[in-house]
Design a protein around this ligand. Sequence first.
Ligand SMILES: [Ca+2]
Length: 211
Amino acid sequence: MRKQRRISIMVAVFFIIQCLSLATFASNSFASTASVSVEMYNSNTQTYSNTISPNFKIYNTGSTSINLSTIKVRYYYTSDGITGQTYICDYAENQSNIASSTVGQIVSMTNQTSDADTYLEIYFTSSAGVVLPGSYVEVKGRIVSYNYQNYTQSNDYSFNPTATYYQSSNKVTIYVNGVLKGGTEPYPMRGKVNFLSGMRRKKALLPLALW
Ligand SMILES: [Ca+2]
């Protein structure tokens, strides 16, 4: 009886894991077909400044409309010990003004590198609408601290001191539904490591929890 019960639980666990995998696949199926790219330049290219000012053009390079609420863009930098930072969106245009639907979140990174310990993540609320095929959204804004301390920009991963207008950059990343679609993260193995360790956790902990 005990053996039979164990086999039943193992079958149930296997079934749950398969369901989780299928759900992940379904949620990512749209993301895998959406095609996007991002271009960037810094309005302010001074080495030392109290303002970091990245501007973005986010393109829909595919053949179907994409909800902007599924898109995120990240700009990586070192905060140089500055705290109390905020992002101010000065301009966001998608056929019409969507600045009030554009959010800039400043995130302290877990896996820090010598040129990236923080990123600005731009995302949109549902009222931002869609970006049409072949079209783009432009977002301009700035990062400042509450007391306007000077940042060093030359040690920032995404900073581009030579571009005077929009350029593609592999040091700015873009995601659709959390799936990386362009650019290189400053910690390229992070996603894979988390995915694998997550799977190991599922396989290791679920049976233990049910046993
Ligand atoms: Ca810096």
